[in-house]
Design a protein around this ligand. Structure first.
Ligand code: SF4
Length: 523
């Protein structure tokens, strides 16, 4: 394994590797400080590092050494965001590995990826990777190593991949599938589906920071996963649909972990799509309030679960900002997206945070949601103004992204508006609200690249390579489309799909059928 940097504190026993250990590169396609804040990446690194039959080393974009990766048998990539593919291509180029899986031979490591993006739609990346892990890595990774050890002697890579696909549930080998196209997909063979793997008992492997370092985005913070997934099923939400069923460890296990963390640091971070949905979250807050010296940070909260008790815990823990995802100021549109939050709940939550003394309220919303009207934008303006009027001393940070349809959610059939329209909507909100809040819009053009990858298919692989070679900036988007023969950006992102259309990701099953998703779409 990689020699730990001097500032790293290991909270577990790293095992020396046996001479015949499987040699794995564990890749996070971003910088070291970001990788050290990723609980998913570090949890699986620990799982590998605790096995004497695995020799694992970490690879980030700022610690790519001159040394070759040709000695590795596998490289596993933590793939969290669609645009990560751009860095992954650069990493392969840096190590002079052929980009396409079909061009790599048995002298080169097998390349695989896991994470929410490739679990929902791996197809745009299918030509680059040998296989994908579908589901939670804690479940699939151990089986993968065991099966690989049995068959690593095979020099025929296709044969090896076929055997791994047969023996490891949740392993998706895209080269075993053929896709045919007219403009749309006309067929995917064979019919075999890959079912998502997930952990039933979160107490067994509760995720918490295994390595502390100052040089992390969350410096010296001990992170604990309080909830996995979210049961609310907002129709656009990947975090909900990719992680069902929502579940969390017991209160006792969470407390046991925090006690361990507090031996090494005073900073505790609570993670999860919706942490306050943990059935004993109020009790957890009571426990944390008893830890007077602990600094506590929490992920985003839902307005209707925010109580004075929770707000007080965050304030006492040193948090200055609380984040609430509202999505839109329009109650009618919130119902349409299945976010059943009443305006009065949002106003009450804002009031609670202000009275607890939290200096900043961060609101997350988006524009371009399906069926959005001018009146809905007006409602957003009014909501922000009302919150500001209610508590003028509290700062409001308004993060405003644009709707990106995501595979495997009920809104996967929905069109996205053009970047021009979305930019106009952002401009309108900025004009109306700049006196009331710190307006922070996303880039509609980058969001459209994200949508392209989210809804894309295998034909995009040469487009991705060319886009990277052209500099991977916004100016390169149109240039790349002119050069590479694929359907247009608008075809991928701005059209309503028919319910009968074969979707690129149909061989991946996350446990919610296409029929159920369609029913939930409200179409
Ligand atoms: S409440 Fe938040 S995390 Fe849960 S489904 Fe809705 S948007 Fe997703």
């Amino acid at each position: 394994m990689m020699k730990p940097a001097a500032t790293e504190k290991f909270l577990y026993q790293s095992q020396p590797a046996q001479p015949d250990a499987v040699r794995v590169g564990w890749v996070y396609p971003y910088t070291y400080p970001v990788s050290m804040s990723s609980l998913g990446y570090l949890t699986l690194f620990r799982q590998l590092d605790e096995r004497p039959d695995v020799s694992v080393r970490r690879i980030n974009t700022d610690n790519m050494q001159a040394e070759s990766v040709r000695d590795l048998e596998m490289m596993g990539v933590s793939f969290s965001f669609e645009l990560d593919i751009l860095e992954i291509i650069r990493i392969l180029q840096h190590y002079q590995l052929p980009l396409f899986a079909r061009d790599r031979d048995s002298s080169m490591p097998l390349l695989f990826a896991g994470g929410p993006v490739v679990m929902t739609n791996p197809e745009p990346y299918a030509d680059f990777f040998d296989f994908f892990l579908i589901g939670e890595g804690e479940e699939v990774l151990a089986d993968l190593i065991t099966a690989y050890q049995k068959h690593r002697h095979l020099s025929n890579r296709s044969e090896l991949l076929k055997i791994l696909a047969e023996e490891v549930p949740g392993l998706y080998v895209p080269s075993l599938y053929d896709v045919s196209y007219a403009e749309e997909i006309t067929g995917i063979t064979p019919e075999v589906k890959i079912e998502k793997r997930w952990m039933e008992n979160m107490d067994e492997v509760i995720a918490s920071t295994p390595i502390l370092t100052e040089n992390s985005v969350f410096s010296n913070t001990f992170l604990v996963e309080v909830m996995r997934g979210c049961a609310h099923r907002c129709r656009f939400c990947l975090a909900s649909y990719s992680m069902l069923p929502a579940r969390g460890p017991s209160l006792e296990s969470i407390i046991e972990k925090i006690e361990l963390g507090l031996i090494h640091t005073d900073k505790i971070g609570l993670l999860g799509a919706l942490i306050a949905d943990h059935p004993q979250f109020e009790e957890l807050c009571t426990y944390l309030q008893g830890k007077k010296d602990a600094k506590v940070t929490a992920a985003s909260l839902r307005a209707d679960t925010l109580t004075p008790h929770i707000a007080k815990t965050l304030k006492q823990g040193g948090q200055q900002t609380v984040t609430i995802a509202v999505e839109t100021g329009s109650e009618k549109l919130r119902k349409r997206i299945n976010k059943h939050l009443k305006t009065e709940d949002i106003l009450q939550a804002a009031d609670i945070t202000a009275h607890a003394g939290l200096a900043t309220l961060k609101l997350y919303m988006m524009v371009g949601l399906p069926e959005e009207t001018d009146q809905d934008l007006e409602d957003t303006v009014n909501l922000v103004k009302t919150i500001k009027k209610q508590n003028p001393q509290q700062k409001i940070a308004f993060g405003c992204s644009t709707f990106v349809p995501k595979a495997q959610t009920p809104f996967q059939w929905m069109p996205r508006e053009s970047s021009k329209v979305l930019q106009e909507k952002h401009a309108y909100l900025r004009k109306q609200l700049y006196k009331y809040c710190d307006f922070r819009p996303s880039s509609p053009k980058w969001d459209s690249v994200q949508a392209l990858l989210s809804m894309g298919d295998r034909r995009l692989a040469p487009w991705i390579v060319e886009f990277v070679n052209q500099g991977a900036n916004l100016g390169a988007v149109n240039r790349t489309f002119k050069k590479i023969q694929v359907p247009s950006l608008a075809w991928y992102t701005e059209r309503q799909r028919e319910s009968s259309e074969i979707l690129p990701w149909e061989r991946i099953s996350l446990g919610v059928s296409k029929e159920t998703l369609y029913k939930e779409s409200g179409l």
